[in-house]
Design a binder for this molecule. Structure first.
Ligand code: NIG
Ligand code: FE
Length: 409
């Protein structure tokens, strides 16, 4: 397929690297461009005046006149597989309850765990498939999906098998993460050790044996999993060859960032509650800070200090945290708008954070996240717009015209 007359082709990169500090502000582009796609991969690109049709004959032609083309979004933190919804808690929060109060009353994650237990695998798959298709239509081409609402051997395996089926059916690049340590189930309220035994001695071996996850995550937070528990889960994961990601510094500054850096985790995610020390800890480390501003928006919390972090030379990734409790939306154009409006990221920084840097946070940087020869043809075609900044500026308007995944619309 030959795509011609692209108004601007964004995210063109020959050299692939994780973008940090000032590099995040640069989104390399070609005006009036063409793009050649074959076998689901990007084969070539350039300016229209360099296009020699005789060199690539017999192509299906697509005229992208007036449209921008971008690499599809890479969403490195979601809980897209869940059962039902929790809008009654949403109303409780409006009336004054906090996220932690709801959780302590047996709501929150435990509420989703009950819904999940009572949902057949097939039904769970159908609900999740619908969500996956919905985010694909908004431009998502690669996505990480966590377990964590099962909280039992059967429940966690059920969730991860659903992720496996999504992977088999969908052309999207999908990474699975095991999040058995998301909350202590009610029956283990007074025996946390026994639940950790279950996670480490029963769930993790099964997950590893069946090859159901690439990563392990823990909700490291006051009232959820403390440092000893987190260390035990991460050390066990390492023995099974699984890398770690962490829910860190979401509700309080509890040392999650330092834990992530010291233990060489792939990413530390959330970071609403961080200060200078955490920024310092991240400098010179390979652990990727992944910011989830949709959750801060939904829970009315402070946003992560993205501006400060980038100005301090850090690279950040953005992700939606799509989940039923703190971010019931996988809408990335809206996430980009929030990042620009509330965290003062420029449109270029936000797009880099949700494309190439997001790909790094899933170790998919050689497959997706930029317009690069040999990478998957996962592309977003926008509706006609005056400039790229119009995308977050006109927040709430759907400006995604078409989405291509592995070369197919
Ligand atoms: O990333 N923080 C923990 N996990 C999710 C919320 C899960 C839920 O409330 O269902 C999050 O915000
Ligand atoms: Fe999360």
């Amino acid at each position: 397929m030959l795509i011609t007359n692209i108004k601007t082709l964004f995210g063109v990169r020959e050299e692939i690297k994780f973008l940090k500090g000032k590099e995040m502000a640069r989104l390399p582009a070609i005006d009036n461009a063409f793009l050649h796609v074959e076998d689901g991969l990007i084969q070539g690109y350039g300016a229209m005046d360099q296009l020699d049709i005789r060199e690539i004959p017999g192509q299906e032609m697509v005229d992208a006149k007036g449209q921008f083309v971008l690499p599809a979004w890479c969403d490195a933190h979601t809980h897209l597989v869940f059962a039902g919804s929790r809008e009654s808690e949403f109303v409780d929060k409006i009336k004054g309850l906090s996220y932690v109060e709801i959780a302590q009353a047996g709501g929150g994650i435990l509420n989703s765990a009950v819904l999940l237990r009572d949902t057949e695998e097939e039904d769970l798959f159908q609900q999740s498939w619908k969500r996956l298709e919905a985010v694909r239509a908004l431009g998502t081409g690669a996505i990480e999906i966590k377990s964590g609402y099962g909280l039992s051997v059967e429940g966690e395996l059920k969730m991860l098998r659903v992720v496996k089926r999504l992977k088999e059916k969908s052309p999207l690049s999908i990474r699975a993460t095991f999040l058995g340590a998301h909350a202590y189930p009610l029956e283990f309220k007074n025996d946390h050790q026994a639940y950790l035994d279950l996670v480490c001695d029963e769930m993790l071996p099964r997950v590893a044996e069946e090859g159901l996850a690439s990563y392990v995550d823990v909700f490291f937070e006051k009232g959820f999993f403390d440092v000893e528990a987190t260390k035990r889960v991460m050390d066990t994961a390492k023995r099974y060859g699984l890398k770690g990601k962490l829910h860190a510094n979401q509700l309080s500054n509890s040392g999650g960032v330092q834990f992530g850096v010291e233990n060489g985790l792939l990413s530390v995610d959330h970071l609403e509650a961080i200060g200078e020390l955490e920024i310092e800890a991240l400098q010179g480390s390979k652990t990727i800070p992944t910011l989830l501003p949709s959750a801060a928006f939904f829970l009315r919390m402070n946003y992560p200090p993205a501006r400060k972090m980038i100005d301090a030379g850090l690279g950040v990734a953005l992700a939606t945290d799509f989940n039923p409790g703190s971010s019931p939306s996988g809408n990335i154009p809206l996430l980009i708008a929030l990042s620009c409006i509330q965290m003062k990221m420029t449109p270029e920084e936000a797009i880099n954070a949700i494309t190439i840097n997001g790909a790094y946070a899933m170790e998919l940087e050689n497959e997706v996240g930029s317009i690069t020869k040999g990478k998957k043809a996962n592309l977003i075609f926008t509706k006609p717009m005056s400039s790229l900044a119009y995308l977050p500026y006109s927040f709430g308007e759907n400006l995604i015209d078409k989405v291509m995944v592995e070369g197919e619309f």
